[in-house]
Structure formats: structure tokens, C-alpha cells
Design a protein around this ligand. Structure first.
Ligand SMILES: *Cc1c(COP(=O)(O)O)cnc(C)c1O
Length: 346
């Protein structure tokens, strides 16, 4: 009896964590930025601690502070990927966060324990190899890391190139633990896993290579209630803009979830839902609060019945592809309006 419901399965999260850790064969330090990919960073962090995670990665200072509060006196290492940004020093120290140094300016601004980020080809954040040479021998470097640009594409030549460059960088910091692989990198094989892997999306149900993978379980399930059923005669249009025309008489269900609940506006025209054991099409534009779906012939369609929009039967990668986006964006845009339910303990 709740219009749109988002069920977050922490037992599935724990299973995914075990799969990724065992596959890597080394420490797995979860990346739980952006509120744990929309799933809930604090709940995810607590559960992953129970599963054995002792290091975490977040993007922002504020995310690190919130995770520190949630973890209480558990001595987790929390890396802040943005690094020691101007004005953040005291707060990083107060929350006992480990910043990731991305530039020589950041290296100069921070003298505590730190990770060093080497840019091996992504040209986003990180020191060049030449810059890193100047920092060789620096004390308190606990982690040397880099990030793969094309880990989602196993055959991409960038992967091997970045691996070779990372090995070079590693020789400069022999004391530091080394970390290169995110989710996609773990599936590239153990050559990429070094001392620590940093899985994000595959912890939260996304396949490593932008498509579903049988070893990874769905964590987020978005369902919506049917508000109303209507018979739409052939030739009539449905929803804003009249962009969909019924090609024959249809039974259409109006669901209580729209783009304000995280169903992308771009899910029209390819989006699907799952009901009575099969995929059914979305028809017409996604509204803020509603979508229309074709449930012609479904016998149990009735106001109040729940329809799956995302979940075990509609993998996040497929729902994202239908909407022209990625699992990352889809998950991080799950809104707070849908009522949240938890499966499994934090
Ligand atoms: C987001 C992020 C990760 C996690 O990547 P996934 O593809 O979600 O597994 C790891 N490392 C860095 C630096 C990141 O920004």
C-alpha cells in the first residue's frame, strides 16, 4: 500500500561483495560515492563493514564525513577521491579521512596519510608519471591508485596500456598498496587487481561491462502500484504530446511512478516493465508522477497491484540501455520520493 516502492536488498549487496572479492583474490574496498550509487551509502557501508570491508572510497568530503559518523568507532579507512581540496584540511583531519592526492598542488597542501592517484591515460584526475617521480619516497603514502577509462570494454587497448603505465608508477612507491581496478577491472582478470580493488557499480547490481552478468544480483528493485486501468480504443493517443497511438484496443495501466521517482524521461519509447511473468511495454511519455504501460491480456492487473520497473527481472543495465543511459546514472537518480524498504540487515 505505497505508491512507488524501492526495495534495497543488503543481502544481495553482501553476495555481490563476496563474488567480487573472491574473483579479485585481494582486498575489496567498496566505492560507495553518490549515496552508495543511490542505494544508501550508510546502510551499504555498515553492511559491507560486517562483510569484512575495511577501506572505502567516496568522492566528496561530505560523503566521507557522513560515512565516518555512520561507522562510529569502527576503524575504517575512508578515502576521499576529490582529495584535499582548498579549505578541506581541518575537516579531513577531524573526520580522520584519507584524501587522494590528484595534483602537485594537493600534494603540497597535505602532509598526512594519503593515497596518490596516478593518471595512466584517462586524463581526468591524477598526477602524471613525471609528476609522480618527484613525489617518490614521500612518507605516508598508504595507497597508490589509478583508474581505468575503458574497463567496461574488455577488448579495448587502453586497458593494457594503463596497466603497463600503472606498473611503472608502482615501482616509484614500493611501500604503498596498489589499486587499479574498479568493477570492470576486476573482470579483466587478476593482473589488474594488485593489492586492492575498488568495486562500485557491480556491488550495486550493475554488470561489469555495461550488461547484466549472472554472478551479480540486483540490489535495487523499483516497483509501482497501478493507480488506474483504462481501455484505450484503437487510434487514441496516450499521455503528453500524444506521441503514442494505440494500434488496437489496449488495456493500459497507469502506474504511480514517474521521473520524480527515478524512471528516466528518456525511457519513452523503449522502456519496459515486468508484470505477470513477462516484459510489457511503456506507452507514451513518462510523466513526473506516472507512467502508462500496456497490460493488455493480463488477468491480475488491478488497482493496487505492483509492477516491477527495475529489479531482478529488469536488470539495471537493460533498463538503462532502453533509456539511452547507463546503470550508473539510473541508480544514482533513484529519488527519495519512492518509499524505501530494506531487505537484510545493515
Ligand atoms: C567510481 C569509481 C570507482 C568505482 O567504479 P565502478 O565502475 O562503479 O566499479 C572506482 N574508482 C574510482 C576512482 C572511481 O571514481
Amino acid at each position: 500500500m505505497t505508491a512507488a516502492r524501492l526495495t534495497l536488498d543488503l543481502d544481495a549487496l553482501a553476495r555481490n561483495y563476496a563474488v567480487l572479492r573472491d574473483m579479485a583474490g585481494v582486498e575489496a574496498a567498496p566505492a560507495i560515492k553518490a549515496d552508495g550509487y543511490g542505494v544508501g551509502a550508510l546502510e551499504a557501508g555498515l553492511r559491507l563493514w560486517r562483510e569484512g570491508a575495511r577501506s572505502f572510497h567516496v568522492a566528496r568530503l561530505t560523503e566521507g564525513e557522513a560515512l565516518r559518523v555512520a561507522l562510529g568507532d569502527r576503524p575504517a579507512r575512508i578515502h576521499v577521491l576529490d582529495g584535499p581540496t582548498p579549505g578541506s584540511r581541518d575537516r579531513l583531519i577531524d573526520a580522520e579521512l584519507t584524501p587522494v592526492i590528484n595534483s602537485l598542488d594537493q600534494a603540497a597542501a597535505w602532509d598526512g596519510p594519503a593515497a596518490i592517484h596516478i593518471d595512466t591515460g584517462m586524463n581526468r584526475l591524477g598526477l602524471t608519471l613525471a609528476e609522480a617521480r618527484g613525489l617518490a619516497g614521500r612518507p605516508n603514502v598508504v595507497l597508490l591508485m589509478s583508474h581505468l577509462a575503458c574497463a567496461g570494454k574488455p577488448d579495448h587497448p587502453m586497458n593494457a596500456l594503463q596497466l603497463a603505465r600503472f606498473r611503472e608508477a608502482r615501482a616509484l612507491f614500493p611501500e604503498a598498496r596498489a589499486s587499479l581496478a574498479s568493477s570492470g577491472g576486476i573482470f579483466l582478470g587478476r593482473d589488474y587487481c594488485f593489492d586492492q580493488v575498488r568495486p562500485g557499480i557491480s556491488l550495486f547490481g550493475g554488470g561489469p561491462h555495461d550488461r547484466p552478468d549472472g554472478r551479480i544480483s540486483a540490489v535495487a528493485t523499483l516497483e509501482a502500484e497501478i493507480l488506474q486501468l483504462r481501455r484505450v480504443p484503437a487510434g487514441e493517443t496516450i499521455g503528453y504530446g500524444g506521441v503514442f497511438t494505440a494500434e488496437r484496443e489496449l488495456t493500459v495501466a497507469i502506474l504511480a511512478a514517474g521521473y520524480a521517482d527515478g524512471v528516466p524521461w528518456s525511457a519513452c519509447p523503449k522502456g519496459q516493465v515486468w508484470f505477470e511473468g513477462a516484459r510489457r511495454r511503456m506507452v507514451g511519455r513518462v510523466s513526473m508522477d506516472m507512467i502508462a504501460v500496456d497490460l493488455t491480456g493480463c488477468e491480475t492487473a488491478t488497482p493496487g497491484a505492483l509492477v516491477e520497473i527495475l529489479g531482478p527481472n529488469l536488470p539495471v543495465d537493460e533498463a538503462a540501455a532502453a533509456a539511452g543511459t547507463t546503470a550508473y546514472e539510473l541508480l544514482t537518480r533513484l529519488s527519495t520520493r519512492a518509499e524505501r524498504f530494506w531487505r537484510g540487515a545493515a
